[in-house]
Write a protein that binds this ligand. Structure first.
Ligand code: PSV
Ligand code: MN
Length: 388
């Protein structure tokens, strides 16, 4: 069996992955949103479910909130509730994609009144961050156009900059803004923040506490995502990851499900670039569980990240460097692939037990009775999320 060195164990112990509150709510496609028994009906229940993921994995000590889906009257009370369950409130996600006023844009809109409304929404999100103790404001914009000629591409970039400047100016202390990019959808011709370059340009114009958010599902097929990871780390601008996976377009599937090797390559560059367990680089999931149970879906996801991190930590960096320097292409590739093909699951199971956790967190959750309990108890009510 592969052994995990004390150094690797220390890295794995320090690892933390933030969970998205919306992963626990109902979600689906534009064709159908299926309801799932036991789905949370308010933010408190989402946090309770997230705490279960952390309980069996010790990997997920924070929950990201989405405004307005997770609006409550008293954020301090929500924070206390989360803390009592052993989790923190994490990134606050804004939402400018579910309001009729934003049909033609929000922060980029031609109409100053609509921009005002969108900026004010973000200022409200920062007020919430003050109450929840959250560090990061994550902005993903659904803005763009469907037809060539429909929109003034240049003017929209300029307005985006102005809007972001006002939002950025409201941040205080350690608070940060992370700007996510996505190459298409819901707009089909152009998107205002389609790629890492645009996000980088926009956040660089703001200041040090504005960073890029890299959502692994937001790239065209075949994109070398690990190269982008390397470059952003090199530039000191990789603020956070939204982990998920996709076979075709953005479908927010379980991270590592579609292409475990890609996840391995990404994590290798994270480690190489000093991004692992670096507070500047937040690891987050951005996923939905449309047909599978949500809590086990999240457990599987954080375990996938942990497994691939362990494999990437096993790369013999010295041997790799020697092979690279001597121009031995196949030897270098072999060092890389040896680590990728190493089954770390038995070693991880043993290591978990040594920390007082169950060797198999999926089985531990299944045996806990929590799923049956929420399916019986949570009847009636509505939940606010993608499926609302
Ligand atoms: C929409 O594509 C999206 O999945 C973005 O990636 C955001 O991070 C997320 O929704 C939450 O707003
Ligand atoms: Mn995302």
């Amino acid at each position: 069996m592969t052994t995990l060195s004390p150094d690797i164990q220390a890295q794995l112990t320090a690892q933390s992955i933030e969970l998205p509150s919306w992963a626990f709510g109902n979600s689906g496609t534009r064709f159908k949103v299926f309801t799932t028994p036991g789905t949370p009906r308010d933010p408190y229940e989402k946090i309770a479910d997230a705490a279960q993921v952390n309980r069996v994995t010790a990997l997920a000590p924070a929950v990201a909130l989405h405004i307005p889906w997770d609006k409550v009257d008293d954020y301090a009370a929500l924070r206390t509730y989360a803390n009592d369950l052993g989790v923190e409130l994490g990134t606050i996600n804004s939402n400018t994609f579910q309001d009729d006023d934003y049909k033609f844009g929000a922060l980029t809109h031609e109409d100053a009144a609509v921009r005002r409304k969108a900026i004010d929404h973000h200022l409200e999100c920062i007020d919430i961050m003050d109450a929840t103790g959250s560090r990061d404001l994550k902005i993903w914009l659904a803005e763009g156009s469907n037809y060539p000629g429909q929109a003034d591409l240049r003017g929209r970039q300029d307005r985006l900059h102005e809007s972001l400047q006002e939002i950025y100016a409201r941040l205080s202390g350690e608070q940060r803004l992370v700007l996510e990019y996505k190459f298409f959808e819901p707009a089909f011709y152009h998107t205002d923040v389609p790629d890492w370059g645009t996000s980088y340009v926009q956040v660089s114009a703001l200041g040090e506490r504005a960073m890029v958010c890299l959502d692994t599902g937001h790239h065209a097929p075949g994109t070398n995502i690990e190269f982008i990871v390397m470059q952003l780390l090199r530039l000191g601008k990789l603020g956070s990851f939204d982990f998920n996976s996709r076979f075709y377009a953005d479908d927010d599937l379980i991270v590592g499900a579609a292409d475990p090797f890609q996840l391995f390559r990404i994590l290798f560059e994270v480690i190489r670039g000093g991004g692992l367990n670096n507070p500047d680089v937040a690891f987050m999931l951005d996923q939905c569980h449309n047909v599978e149970k949500k809590i086990p879906g999240q457990i599987r996801s954080v375990l996938n990240v942990q497994e691939m991190t362990a494999r990437a930590l096993l790369v013999d960096a010295e041997a790799l460097r020697v092979a690279q320097l001597s121009g031995d292409v196949l030897a270098a590739n072999a060092v890389f692939m040896d680590a990728f093909y190493t089954d770390v699951r038995p070693a991880l199971g043993q290591w978990r037990e040594s920390r007082g956790l169950a060797a198999d967190p999926m089985a531990a959750y299944a045996a806990s009775g929590y799923q049956e309990k929420i399916e019986t108890e949570r009847l009636g009510g509505v939940q606010a999320s993608w499926g609302a």
